[in-house]
Design a protein around this ligand. Structure first.
Ligand code: NAD
Length: 501
């Protein structure tokens, strides 16, 4: 029986599955069938305390483990994830609804983070200045923080946990992960594989649950840092509460990613990109394109090219061969998106393709067809809200400057993209635009693992982006050592402030 089929899903603490003390639990759905497939235990405060105590106890030995050994374990972890790709992809698809191909893609991007962390011996190198003063050397070392926690969303059940835990563990921290209660199983398998790779028990723990678990992590004095990925209101709450409690916090929030299409763009290529980035994973990616800003005369042919492609998208269960777009994650989310679509025309925009037609009629699960909204504008719900569903919204502008202003005035600043054949225009956009990740003829510019991931404005609260070099910075404290080995014969009393010249 796979983990996803087990009736009751537990926590993973000190290297084994642990039942909850809370007596509370929640349903886990298969979004493709609309059926409940399991029940997941929700942690009580005592469960979180147990996990943090175990992680704290594991910290001294893990911190003292050599860099080569940590790297060796991460290499083995990488190999085991690779060997279990299909099993993991199946679990992800079953609980989240995304297609198997998409789940495999998520795993491939997650593996990149493991590969990056395997280089920890080089990544933790500090600087060394010989002879900063006469006979004095100064050097920097980076040390782990202690117990750190990760709180993750439903839309990347494996990749986002891997963004966090790989670098945190490589740096010598111990980790408590609180995955989304909608997709609890992938994290458990990852924890199991990490143990098989040789990670000592207690170094990586998983607590399942909801706000009670999150609030305890935010309050627990032994949790030194929190990494969060999820929606903006929760990200803001996590950042404000965590920092008030003295923790280091990086909290990545929601998004409304704009794709600016200039009149000189290749319309067919732009339409292909919009379809792929807007409807892939049923629009439930934080880097999905949700708004197309069509500049000038490109609007009519672009809308037409997108409209023509929509009926060709193969909608079906993620596990079914050939499916290109699966269901939404929950019934509530499907109904919420359908509700937004229902208000489009009365708000003054045009519902050019209505995904509700295709949707519910023929299928049991939480399906919705791809929708296209034209003539949208700020002030309309379809533009203002993060929809997080298979909806592309087109805003028409007359000029590049108008389009840029629209993007820069949007409260979110996660990803954005420009489609053009003009290098100068693209260079100007890269210079002007207020977003953390920019694609030039690339619709989903998720940075590779040796750069860092993060948005601007309401898409990220905190100072450091996630994974890559900034991830290493986030999970370590810098210590500067000033050292002298004097000849005792030259020692004298000097009450003056230390000078270096
Ligand atoms: P969510 O904010 O509902 O949940 C994220 C996590 O927070 C879950 O573990 C959940 O249990 C917990 N949580 C939810 N409500 C809480 C509360 N009131 N107090 C404390 N904890 C709470 O997000 P989601 O629906 O799982 O994921 C989708 C959202 O995540 C979208 O907004 C998407 O844009 C965003 N996202 C952002 C990025 C990014 O990199 N910026 C990446 C992936 C997803």
């Amino acid at each position: 029986m796979s983990i996803a089929q087990a009736l009751l899903i537990n926590h993973w603490i000190a290297g084994e599955a642990v039942e909850s003390a809370s007596g509370r639990s929640g349903p886990v759905w298969n979004p493709a069938t609309g059926q409940q497939i399991a029940e997941v235990n929700f942690a009580a405060v005592e469960d979180v305390d147990h996990a943090v105590t175990v992680a704290k106890a594991a910290f001294p030995a893990w911190r003292a483990t050599s860099l080569s050994r940590r790297s060796e374990i991460l290499f083995k972890f990488r190999g085991l994830i690779d060997q279990n790709r299909e099993r993991l992809a199946e679990i992800i698809s079953t609980e989240n609804g995304k297609t198997l191909a998409d789940a495999r893609g998520e795993l491939a991007r997650g593996l990149e983070n493991v590969e990056f962390a395997c280089g920890i011996p080089s990544l933790l190198k500090g600087g060394y200045s010989e002879q900063s003063s006469t006979g004095v050397d100064v050097y920097q070392i980076r040390q782990p923080l202690g117990v750190v926690a990760g709180i993750t969303p439903f839309n990347f059940p494996a990749m986002v946990p891997l963004w966090m835990l790989t670098n945190a563990l490589a740096c010598g921290n111990t980790f408590v992960l609180k995955p989304s209660e909608k997709v609890p199983s992938a994290s458990l398998l990852l924890a199991d594989l990490a143990q098989q790779a040789g990670l000592p028990n207690g170094v990586l723990n998983v607590v399942q649950g909801d706000r009670i678990a999150v609030d305890r992590l935010l309050a627990h004095p032994d949790v030194k840092a929190i990494s969060f990925v999820g929606s903006t209101p929760v990200a803001r709450y996590i950042y404000e509460t965590g920092t008030r409690n003295g923790k280091r916090v990086q909290a990545l929030g929601g998004a409304k990613n704009h794709m600016l299409v200039l009149p000189d763009a290749d319309v067919e290529a732009a339409a292909d990109a919009a379809i792929s980035a807007g409807y892939g994973a049923a629009g439930q990616r934080c880097m999905a394109i949700s708004v197309i800003v069509a500049v000038g005369a490109v609007a009519d042919p672009l809308v037409e090219a997108i409209r023509k492609r929509i009926p060709k998208i193969k909608i079906g269960p993620g596990l079914e061969a050939g499916s290109e777009m699966g269901p939404l994650v929950t019934r509530e989310q499907r109904d919420r998106v359908a509700g937004i679509l229902g208000g489009v025309n009365s708000e003054g925009a045009t519902l050019a393709v209505d995904g509700r037609d295709e949707a519910a009629a023929s299928r049991e699960g939480f399906f919705l067809g791809a929708s296209l909204v034209d003539n949208a504008a700020p002030g309309m719900r379809c533009y203002d809200e993060e929809i997080f569903g298979p909806v592309l919204t087109v805003v028409r502008t007359r000029t590049y400057a108008e389009g840029l202003k629209l993007i820069n005035e949007n409260p979110y600043g996660n990803g954005t993209a420009i489609f053009t054949q003009n290098g100068g225009a693209a260079r100007q956009f890269q210079f002007d635009v207020e977003a953390g990740m920019v694609g030039i003829n690339v619709p989903i510019p998720v940075p590779v693992s040796y750069y860092s991931f993060g948005g601007w404005k309401s898409s990220l609260f905190g100072d450091l982006h996630m994974y890559g070099p900034e991830g290493i910075q986030f999970y370590t404290r810098s210590k500067i050592v000033t050292s002298r080995w004097p000849d005792p014969g030259t020692s004298k009393v000097d009450l003056g402030f230390p000078q270096v010249r």
